[in-house]
Design a binder for this molecule. Structure first.
Ligand code: UDP
Length: 255
């Protein structure tokens, strides 16, 4: 990891200069933070699992035509991605009330929403990532209405696809956060692509039968067995070898 020039260090990942222009290496750490950095910890093995899980989900999304920054996984903790200009908005998609939504609107955690709800938060640690509307986003110039049309359409498509994918392995996708970036081609045409990561760090995933949490809420709420939960998600997706690296069976479909 030290061979490459470090460009940025975030809470859970480090970005390094990539091997060719227009690429970056995304390194997944075991560090975990919650409540806007007030709670800090280490989840041993998390980086390895998130690297795998995010690779798997981004590849499945590419297959259905959702453009992403993902190029390929390089090793246990690193993946090669395209360099994009990150839109400074966290896009949260919710299917079931939980977390800040339950608190803000007084809806009990676990109550299904009548339709999927998309929310925007301005990415700014100092301000604690305030919730913003399309009006704020366009007025401040963080994205255009056209960008937001693309983002909303992609977010809903990602939600439908991932909801089905997780349901197939006995997991309910309660909510999740995604980030998008701008990617330019050789003719200077821009398109919005899915960036960052999709992993149990930024999703709420509940077991379909028991409602047991299989995501970062185990860390946020001190529920224990955090690494085991991430491992179980990977195992169900068929990307955690059960007895060695050659023993990958593909998703464990639930009947
Ligand atoms: N989320 C995230 N990063 C953030 C805030 C939220 O990945 O900075 C994810 C979180 O894991 C959950 C969803 O977005 O899956 C909705 O989170 P919520 O707004 O309920 O916030 P929280 O309860 O984490 O404060």
């Amino acid at each position: 990891m030290s061979r490459r020039k470090q460009l940025y260090e975030g809470k859970a990942k480090v970005l390094f200069e990539g091997p060719e222009p227009g690429t970056l290496v995304q390194y997944f750490k075991d560090d975990a933070t919650a409540f806007n950095n007030k709670k800090k910890g280490v989840i041993t093995g998390k980086g390895v699992l998130n690297n795998r899980i995010s690779e798997y989900l981004m590849m499945r999304l590419e297959e259905i035509g959702v453009p992403t920054h993902f190029v390929r996984r390089l090793n246990m903790r690193e993946q090669l991605v395209r360099e994009v200009e990150i839109v400074p908005i966290e896009v949260v998609i919710r299917n079931v009330a939980a977390g800040s939504f339950s608190q803000r609107f007084g809806v009990p955690e676990g109550q299904p929403l009548p339709r999927s709800v998309v929310e925007y938060y301005y990415k700014n640690d100092q301000l604690g990532d305030p919730m913003v509307s399309e009006e704020h986003i366009t007025a401040f110039g963080w994205a255009t209405t056209h960008d937001l049309d693309d983002i909303m359409a992609m977010a809903l498509r990602i939600n439908d696809f991932l909801s089905g994918l997780f349901l197939g392995v006995g997991i309910k996708l309660i909510d999740f956060k995604v980030e998008f970036g701008r990617l330019w081609n050789e003719n200077d045409e821009m398109r919005i692509v899915l960036a960052d990561e999709i992993s149990p760090d930024c999703c709420r995933l509940w077991d379909i039968k028991t409602n047991e949490k299989m995501d970062k809420d185990r860390f946020r709420r001190d529920l224990g067995k955090v690494e085991e939960a991430y491992q179980e998600v990977a195992r169900r997706l068929g990307i955690l070898p059960e007895s060695g690296p050659r023993d990958l069976k593909g998703p464990n479909i639930m009947q």
